[in-house]
Design a protein around this ligand. Structure first.
Ligand code: F6R
Length: 243
C-alpha cells in the first residue's frame, strides 16, 4: 500500500485525477470501479474540468458502481446511479450503456449481487477501483464485521453511515437502513485501487487501515494485502499515522 500525503483536499483530487487520466490515456477502454459520496464530488469535478481542457475521452470506458441503497430506484435523486449522472456522466462523453449499477430494488438481492459480480468478471475485471472510506473503516458498503473474503451481499448500514448519508436525501426522507454492495474479495480483485480520504473525521479509520491488523473490524485493512493500492490523504486525514 502506497500512502501519499497531499497538501490539501484539492491536491488529493488533482493527484487522483492525474492517475485516472494516465490510465485512460494508456487504456481508452479501461474498466473503472466507481465510488460515490462527498469525497468524490470535488474529485469528479476535477475530472470534468480536465476533460474539458485535455480532450481525454470517456467514450470507450466501462464503469461498475460499488454499491446501492436497498429499495431506492435508480431514478431517486439520492441513488448512486443519480449521483454519478449528476456529478460525472452528464458532463463527459461517456456511453451510458457501458455504466453498470447494482439494482437495489431487485426482488432477489442475493441473485442480483451474484449477477453483478459475474458481469464484472465477464467484462474482464476492474482495472482501477476508486474508493472512499467510511468513518468506521468501511469500503464500498462493507461495514465492520463484513468478511474480508466476502462477495456481494446485503448489509445493515451502521448508524454512523446513515448519519453521514443524510445530507444526500430530501428533507424529511429516511435514509435506507440497508444497502447492497460488492464484497471485499471482489474489491481486492481489481488490478489497481485508488482510495481517497480527506478531513479529520477519517483519521481513525485511516490509521486502522494502514497500521492496524487485517481484521473484519476494519474492512479497509484488507487493502494491506493488495499489491497495487494507492491512498491519497490530506493532512487532517493523515494526522494519526505514525509511520
Ligand atoms: C460509496 C461508498 C462509501 C463511501 C464512504 C465515504 O459508494 O462506497 O464507501 O466511499 O462512505 O463517503 P464520504 O466520501 O461521503 O465520506
Amino acid at each position: 500500500m502506497r500512502v501519499i500525503r497531499c497538501e490539501s483536499g484539492g491536491a488529493v483530487c488533482r493527484e487522483g485525477t492525474d492517475r485516472v487520466f494516465a490510465l485512460l490515456k494508456k487504456r481508452p477502454d479501461a474498466i473503472l470501479g466507481m465510488a460515490t459520496g462527498n469525497t468524490m464530488v470535488p474529485f469528479y469535478a476535477e475530472w470534468v474540468r480536465r476533460f474539458r481542457v485535455e480532450g481525454v475521452s470517456f467514450r470507450r470506458i466501462s464503469t461498475f458502481n460499488l454499491d446501492e441503497y436497498v429499495g431506492l430506484p435508480a431514478s431517486h435523486p439520492a441513488s448512486f446511479r443519480s449521483f454519478l449522472a449528476e456529478y460525472l456522466y452528464s458532463k463527459v462523453d461517456i456511453d451510458l450503456s457501458s455504466t453498470h449499477v447494482l439494482d437495489g430494488c431487485a426482488k432477489d438481492l442475493g441473485a442480483e449481487g451474484r449477477r453483478y459480480e459475474e458481469e464484472i468478471r465477464k467484462a474482464g475485471g476492474i482495472d482501477l477501483q476508486l474508493l472512499g472510506i467510511g468513518q468506521n473503516g468501511h469500503i464500498g458498503f462493507n461495514e465492520p464485521g463484513s468478511p474480508l473474503d466476502g462477495r456481494a451481499h446485503v448489509v445493515e448500514l451502521a448508524a454512523s453511515t446513515i448519519a453521514a448519508s443524510r445530507s444526500a436525501f430530501p428533507k424529511g426522507e429516511e435514509v435506507p437502513r440497508q444497502a447492497v454492495t460488492i464484497g471485499v474479495a471482489t474489491i481486492l480483485e481489481a488490478r489497481s485501487i485508488l482510495l481517497l480520504a480527506t478531513g479529520a473525521s477519517k483519521a481513525e479509520a485511516i490509521v486502522a487501515m494502514v497500521e492496524g491488523p487485517q481484521t473484519a473490524g476494519c474492512p479497509a485493512s484488507a487493502l494491506q494485502r493488495h499489491p497495487n493500492t494507492t491512498v491519497l490523504l490530506d493532512a487532517p486525514a493523515a494526522r494519526l499515522l505514525k509511520r
